[in-house]
Design a protein around this ligand. Sequence first.
Ligand code: KG4
Ligand code: ZN
Length: 343
Amino acid sequence: MIILAIETSCDDTAIAIVEVKNKKFKVLSNIVSSQIEAHQEYGGVFPSLAKREHEKNLPAVLKRSLDPLIRANKLVDAVAVTVGPGLDPCLWTGVNFAKDLAQKWNLPIIPVNHIEAHILVNFQFPISNFQFPAMALIVSGGHTQLILIKDPPAGGGKYKILGETRDDAAGECFDKVARILGLGYPGGPIVAAEAVKACGGRASAALPRPMINTNDYDFSFSGLKTAVLYNFKNQPVKIRKSKKYISEMCKEVQQAVIDVLIKKTTKASREYGVKTIILGGGVTANTELRKQFKKRFKNVLIPPKKLSTDNAVMIAIAGYYNIDKATKKYGNIKAKPNLRIRN
Ligand code: KG4
Ligand code: ZN
């Protein structure tokens, strides 16, 4: 079966076409059109601008993604689309585009949860290779969640949210810290690139590891960002602007986030007898985080960097595992900005 998947929940316009044969996934096309330049001057994603950019980009992205299919003389069997969580106007743009396409080609639509897709992108290989219970750590621009997965995700997953952030997400923290330090948007990759340049020190101060020892699986990253802000404001201008200070601060904030994530993941995996750790979301593109999780956990799945950040291959894979939700009652497919993963 061939699934065409559409992802427009935030600032990436993405379409992928994935063929599934004998439970094996073959990516026929994977196009991601980033809006970074459009949002750069606002220092973050501006929803109505993102919607306009999606509307502008979708037809061209579709055309490019269809090329390999046309060359191979193959047809699409179903359209998968992200229905939530995400920015309402952006989600609706993708959903309406999916409906138009499905109607034109007389195909069913599979509604997909973006967070579940960040998890299921790791299930590109036969499920029998994985051991359960598994636990996912989702770290993206909008979410930080620890999710227990009791059984293989055939027919949709069986999930339980063990904990989540009480304020800012991990990616959001990087984005805000980058803004404080005057480094641009999106912050995650910039903070990571600066951190590599640090030679050792701790930028005049060790940052806190918020909630690292609390007796739950929740997170809080807003205080970490505030600690960076105060530290920054208390430095003489000459120091603040120095390459040494910036790189050391980036290294310290990155390590603070990683320390909290590893500690909470370790605690939850022990309590629930977890056999496989699954990482997902844009922050898992972070090289240092990948390295330290691999070192700490024997059985950890991390998507290739290209599939860590938002893309539509993950939507196609999640669509395949949710095929029972495919419908031609297009009126039932609605954007759900606050959609939560559930049993
Ligand atoms: O999953 P994603 O692409 O979009 C959402 O669903 O939010 O995640 C985007 C987030 C942004 O906050 C971005 O700064 C962060 O992922 N990110 C990174 C890296 N690449 C992207 N954070 C740390 N290190 C990176 N290399
Ligand atoms: Zn995402």
